[in-house]
Design a protein around this ligand. Structure first.
Ligand code: NAD
Length: 706
């Protein structure tokens, strides 16, 4: 018996089986063993008239144990256990609360009656991991809600609330008051009414929900919504079987398909990112300590980033003072914030009360004295070293002892900024991405003197702000933008060689990038990129074609979406890209001026030339210890730069194509363009020589703090 994880209490003929496997009650081997033993015990009890299954803590089972995915298949174990539950001879009520996901939801479908707390959320997120439900979900869910709704639920990947689950028909009741008491009362009422078990497996799928037209529409949707992925099509195959096959045969087919889907690269890639996101907080040398209290933040600079950062803090319930040089600048920032919240209310993302509560947490000021209260200061003023140093010197005079002093700089040397204070141990980079209240990524940049305590506090702060933090060291561009440099450079170079912007962006989007890089430049503003380049000119290689597409468009007054003309043309108020012969003519003229040879570009060449430098730079970053681990780089790119999760991020992708293929690719282009941009990273050359993968190297090697 596993008394710790599954317990049994019987009162007045109602058995309450409770799972307790903190923190989120995953259905681990111990939970399965405990349930099996409890079922054996119950079978011998003639006095039990009904059973309630519940879980302790903040949530019912939030899923299967993903850690077991790399081991032998467990589907048969789940199937047998859930089958035993379903076959109980007395009514079985399951009490659902918290986030009931994946295997947890499948467990509930094998129970006879389902009651949920009003704030429970229920879903099947398997496709976001590149797999399909493998514990009966594809056979039981359509028997309850039909094929069409089952697939819609799977495609959405997001959980629905209890009310929607009730409407759809996979929850029977919503509990008022105590869930446990309501579940026991429900069980008792079933006994009194003489209701017996109500087994999902005995039901049939509504044929109206599974017409050939519906299946055809959903297949077309899957191909569109999930390009390059097979799991959604596998899900259709498995769910459709619920209509044709007897229940047991359907379960066996589901098992086969589920095992097959776990072996795909897309599943391995997405599971890799899932774990990598949980690992970024593990910092060598950092011991767990009680998180610091963060009650109040001061944001210096009420521009694009400052306002977004202020929203992030207010959303987390933290008071914010937004500081800028003039009342007008503060007012502009507050207006931006008001507009963002108004749009969130309009789209029913938050209630008006939420908005009022959050807005009330933000105050504005032009007086640096307001910093005195802050537990964290985030500087987000213009990207100018002298200005930032001046501000940090002032902050040093005013901020309270122990406050985190953070800069949002993208390109400046944080060591130099920290040296403007007498407490460089408290200074750190918090590199938010735009829009700061939306983007999940936060690069946490440690300067040479930053203390482990400050790093720990920044990691905890990221959690409060619901951001995914990735630790980086100071270098130009940190992790993300540094890797972006070669990727963008080649895109710009190829439009000078005669490729069209559409050709470049389509190749990247077909690969799975959320947006082609030239369209990204149009969105961010071509002037923004040009200004960054101008102020960092001394850091760039002596390549006369370097970023010269941007320079040419900028010189012709093309700033991107903001004035309707960039690499593409845009109609007022519309972000749709239109090809623009004028832009192409400007690029051709620039190529002629610079003497860039013209050539044809296949999609394969575009991808290789954009991606190989990006992957190669990732290997340099790893070797230099700028990133702690390959997974951290993958998190940066999947959560901040639109790299497809189903390819696992750039470092996972490097192993997918093979390090020797990457190395050979670098040499091929070095032959053609010379060594300036195409020298293989030393770590790449070494791993190829040793015949090792990056995953193998990463397992042995975790960059140590210097
Ligand atoms: P912005 O021009 O929109 O805003 C800068 C604000 O700083 C302005 O409101 C300005 O009045 C204010 N300011 C200037 N001097 C000040 C002073 N002495 N005291 C107080 N306020 C002052 O700039 P932004 O795009 O928000 O960028 C801010 C910082 O964030 C820069 O370091 C930038 O590199 C970095 N960053 C920007 C992005 C982005 O996508 N925009 C992304 C990541 C990081």
């Amino acid at each position: 018996m596993s008394p710790d994880v599954v317990s049994l209490a019987i009162e007045d003929g109602i058995a309450v089986v409770t799972i307790s496997n903190p923190p989120v009650n995953v259905i681990s081997a111990a939970v399965r063993a405990g349930l099996n033993e409890t079922l054996t015990g119950l079978a011998a009890r003639a006095d039990v008239r009904a059973v309630v299954l519940a879980a302790e803590g903040s949530t019912f089972c939030s899923g299967a144990d993903i850690g077991e995915f790399s081991g032998p298949p467990r589907e048969a174990e789940y199937r047998d256990l859930f089958r035993r539950l379903e076959q109980l001879a007395v009514p079985l009520v399951v009490a659902l609360h918290g986030t009931v996901l994946g295997g947890g939801l499948e467990l509930s479908l094998a129970c006879h009656y389902r009651i949920a707390a009003a704030d429970a959320r229920l879903g099947l997120p398997e496709l976001t991991l590149g797999i399909i439900p493998g514990a009966g979900g594809t056979q039981r869910m359509p028997r309850l809600i039909g094929l069409e709704q089952t697939l819609e639920l799977l495609f959405a990947g997001r959980p629905v609330d209890a009310r929607r689950a009730l409407e759809l028909g996979f929850v029977d009741r919503i509990a008022e008051g105590s869930l446990r008491e309501a579940a026991v009362a429900y069980a008792r009422s079933l006994v009194q009414a003489g209701s017996g078990p109500r087994r999902t497996c005995d039901r049939t799928v509504d044929p109206q929900s599974a017409t050939p037209q519906i299946i055809e529409r959903l297949t077309a949707q899957a191909r569109r919504q999930f390009a390059h992925r097979v799991a959604p099509l596998s899900a259709i195959e498995a769910v459709s079987a619920s209509l044709r096959l007897p229940f047991e045969a359907g379960l066996l087919l589901e098992e086969q398909i589920a095992n097959r889907s776990k072996e795909t690269i897309e599943a391995k890639a997405q599971i890799h990112v899932f774990f990598a996101e949980r690992e970024t907080r593990k910092i060598p040398g950092l011991t767990a300590s009680a998180p610091r209290t963060i009650r109040h933040a001061a944001i210096i600079g009420a521009g694009t980033m400052g306002s977004g950062i202020a929203i992030s803090f207010a959303n987390a319930g933290i008071g914010v003072t937004l500081l800028d040089v003039s009342a007008e600048a503060v007012g502009r920032g507050r207006q931006t914030i008001a507009d963002v919240y108004a749009s969130m209310v309009k789209r029913a993302r938050i209630s008006e009360q939420d908005r009022d509560r959050r807005v009330a947490l933000i105050s504005g000021s032009t007086d640096y004295e307001a910093l005195r209260d802050a537990d964290v200061v985030v500087e987000a003023v213009f990207e100018k070293m002298e200005l930032k140093k001046r501000i940090f010197a002032r902050v040093d005079q005013l901020a309270k002892a122990g406050a985190i002093l953070a800069t949002n700089t993208s390109t400046l040397d944080i060591n130099e900024i920290a040296a403007a204070t007498a407490r460089p141990q408290d200074v750190i980079g918090l590199h938010f991405f735009s829009p700061a209240h939306v983007m999940p990524l936060l690069e946490v940049v440690r300067a040479d003197a930053t203390s482990l305590a400050t790093i720990g506090a920044a990691m905890d702060l990221a959690k409060l702000l619901r951001k995914t933090p990735v630790l980086a060291r100071v270098c130009y561009g940190f992790i993300g933008n540094r890797m972006m440099e070669g990727y963008a450079r080649e895109a710009q170079r190829m439009v000078l060689e005669g490729a069209t912007p559409r050709q470049i962006d389509s190749a990247l989007e077909n690969f799975g990038m959320a947006m082609g890089i030239l369209a990204v430049f149009d969105m961010a503003g071509i002037d923004v990129g040009v200004n960054v380049h101008k102020s960092n000119a001394e850091k760039y290689p002596p390549d006369p074609t370097y970023y010269q597409a941007d320079i040419a468009l900028h010189a012709a007054g093309r700033l991107g979406q903001k004035n309707g003309r960039g690499y593409y043309k845009y109609l007022p108020g519309d972000r749709t890209r239109h090809d623009d012969p004028d832009a192409i003519a400007i690029l051709r003229a620039q190529a002629t001026r610079l003497g860039v040879p013209q050539s044809e570009h296949t999609e394969a060449e575009i991808l290789e030339r954009c991606l190989y430098p990006l992957l190669n730079e990732g290997l340099r970053i790893l070797e230099e210890g700028v990133a702690l681990r390959a997974g951290d780089i993958d998190v940066v790119w999947t959560s901040g730069y639109g790299f497809p999760r189903y390819r696992g991020g750039p470092m996972f992708y490097a192993d997918t194509i093979g390090l020797s293929a990457l190395h050979a690719g670098m040499l091929k282009y070095r032959e053609r363009f010379g060594p300036m941009h195409w020298e293989p990273a030393p770590l790449l050359a070494r791993l190829v020589r040793e015949g090792r993968t990056l995953a193998e190297w990463s397992r042995e090697h975790l960059a140590q703090p210097r």
